[in-house]
Design a protein around this ligand. Sequence first.
Ligand code: ADP
Length: 570
Amino acid sequence: MLRHLVRRTSSIRAAFPPDSWQAFTACLPRTSRFMVGQLDAVAASAALHPIHPPNHSRGLTTGTTLTGNAASNIHAASAESASEFLDDPGLLRDEAYVNGKWVKAKGGKTYEVTDPATHVVIARVPSMGAADTRGAIEAAAAAWEGWKQKTPKQRGDVLRRWYDLIQHHTMDLAKILTLENGKPLAESRGEVGYGASFVEFYAEEAKRTYGEVIPSPTPGRRLVTIKQPVGVAALITPWNFPIAMITRKAAPALAAGCPVVIKPAEDTPLSALALAELAERAGVPPGILNVLTCPREHAAEVGLELSTSLNVRKLSFTGSTKVGKILMRDSASTVKKLSLELGGNAPLIVFDDADIENAINGVLAAKFRNAGQTCVSPNRLLVQSRIYDEFVSTLAEKVANLQVGHGLQPGVQIGPLINPGGLEKVQRHVHDAVKKGAQVVTGGDLHALGGTFFEPTVLGDCRPDMLVFTEETFGPVCSVFKFQAEAEAIEMANATPFGLAAYVFAGDVGKGWRVAEAIEAGMVGVNEGMISTAVAPFGGVKESGVGREGAKVGIDEYLETKYLCLGSFR
Ligand code: ADP
């Protein structure tokens, strides 16, 4: 479909004299103009990376940077159209947000943000580093006292306005999200709603940060605890949920009375800046919410500054276990309070008495969200031998029908992978599995759209010595393993240093419960593939992290419990 649209756009364009094409597109409605710009870009990108016929043996597509005339044409076309296709173009910001001001990097440099589906440059944002980070931390520390002194209700009122604004601008936020992340627009809308739900929840929860009165063992004393904000919180977030990962941290922090310094992922800063714009409109005071943008090359220096600063009292990170360990090590120097939500390697167990249709729907919902680039996506499907063949063939049929394309295109269910590095990992996992004897039931290769698109894939006959078992694939690949008995399934599920999410599908509820208890994971879905919600605690065990986000426990991550002992009572 996308290829067809690209060809149609190219051929219509070819029929116009060069100057009249721009005049023609200028007359189109805003959204159509944007789509034409995107399709032009895909066409130009395909010219650089020819579209391959399916099943053709292909190498890695790592050279996806556009160069030469095509790149400059695309840039000129998209920079203009990207802000025009929003109802409120003011949400597309290209400066960082520090101390209530929109600012450039101290060094004056910028870096490019691209659409992963077309490699079109959408914006250039400040390339910040250690000095910018110090400035943001100082601003946050200076603003803390005023925010801390507000009542929980006053802070909750500001959060409530932020929530209303996020809801009001759902469509614009979703478009920005799809543009920079690649996920289908319907998923982006879902993410905006999910992200907003944390703001709504913590707007209320601010009022419920209760202390305790403890019966004293000694006469003449009264013992109480009060909850106080921990202080400036550094929030480092990933690209796979550019809105929800920020609100899941920022909302409880702000509700608790903590200012935040946010470092969004380099691939997806625009969603973070749009959230900052709405926070400003909601009345978040200067210095209380800051967003630093930086390219990957600066992530380590910004991270070091955040984790070693005495003024930063809390660090919350979502991302890889590798980076989480670095931040944990560096934060030790200031004994910082930490929340780490790290990598997963989720097992999904299907017992032979399960409702197979429900299990397959669970797999489709949990596995293919964001093209499989979700830390709670099932990575290893463990299927009991008696139903194995039927399960694999039914799953493969459904997976083969998933629609792949640009996330703004209606009906698309799978977008591109975020970047060439993500694609390379998926390819490496598939190659390794096939080399060791896995069977490609469907997919298994680069998608005909080229770029970082990968075919939705089902691999059968997988074994524990494959990378698809030991590492998180983070792509649209279902790796299916066979087991015979319950104990074997539990052993396989736990044979990993990770423990974020897990799923069990079983007809016998007792078995589902028993296995859920036995699996080493922070969250288990029993006969359910979609488990994330603002009202339940999200987090992992083992190398999947420490701390919990969401729910009433989520705000405790930003609070200290202070004990007061009142003596001399008669
Ligand atoms: P991924 O591989 O999915 O990008 P990462 O853990 O590398 O996951 O990235 C998650 C977030 O951590 C991003 O915002 C990224 O910029 C940031 N990051 C990467 N390296 C560091 C580092 N050394 N210190 C602090 N943050 C980092």
